[in-house]
Design a protein around this ligand. Structure first.
Ligand code: SF4
Ligand code: SF4
Length: 193
């Protein structure tokens, strides 16, 4: 195994770092490593590296290491970290940007989370709102875990917490146009790499 110095690693990450800074628009140098983002993160116990360490990697320009982390996929985008940060750093935006870049650059450390996102967006694109039975079935088929969480279905349905017939949004045209705009922005952003 070849061990690189910090400078060599930063050099190797130069293009990824430029892309990260441009796409996130977040000034990561403001972070002074107080750890409040990690302390308040509801999924922090499950992450391989804490949120403030992801911030440190981003600060040091070691983007490839951040892209390979599981933490960016386990992040629930709750924005607690952003709210708690005493330096006003948009930490959740950093996590989201890294997740998008990880997918595009082929570093998907949590494949099932990525599949869940795809199923989720497919349902929103088709009916404009969430339809949980389709989410569970789609997630289970795409991950190959056919019976995962199915035991929750019966009580939810009998207590009428879940509807069996999906309700389609009346504003589908507007929702489709929003998704198309977001996809166009995404294409433009990627084109500016
Ligand atoms: S809360 Fe803000 S300043 Fe503190 S470690 Fe997290 S990002 Fe850095
Ligand atoms: S946005 Fe992500 S990293 Fe930040 S507190 Fe929520 S789950 Fe944790």
């Amino acid at each position: 195994m070849v061990l690189l110095t910090l400078n060599e690693k930063q050099k190797r990450n130069e293009e990824l770092n430029k892309e990260f800074l441009r796409r996130s628009g977040v000034n990561v140098s403001k972070c002074y490593q107080c750890g409040k983002c990690s302390a308040g993160c509801p999924v922090g116990d499950h992450m391989d590296i804490p949120t403030n360490k992801v911030m440190r990697l981003a600060q040091m320009g070691l983007i490839e290491d951040a892209l390979k982390s599981h933490a960016i996929w386990l992040c629930a985008s709750c924005t607690t970290c952003t709210t708690r940060c005493p330096k006003g750093v948009d930490v959740a935006k950093v996590m989201e940007t890294l997740r998008i870049m990880a997918k595009e650059h082929g570093y998907i450390a949590e494949k099932n989370v990525d599949k869940f996102h795809s199923v989720w967006m497919g349902i929103i694109g088709n009916i404009g709102r969430m339809y949980e039975p389709a989410l569970i079935v789609g997630r289970n088929f795409s991950t190959g875990k056919l019976f995962q969480d199915t035991s929750y279905g019966v009580p939810y349905i009998t207590k009428q917490k879940l509807k069996l017939i999906p309700y389609k949004s009346k504003n589908m045209a507007e929702i489709k146009s929003l998704i198309a705009k977001a996809e166009a922005m995404d294409r433009e952003e990627r084109g500016n790499k």
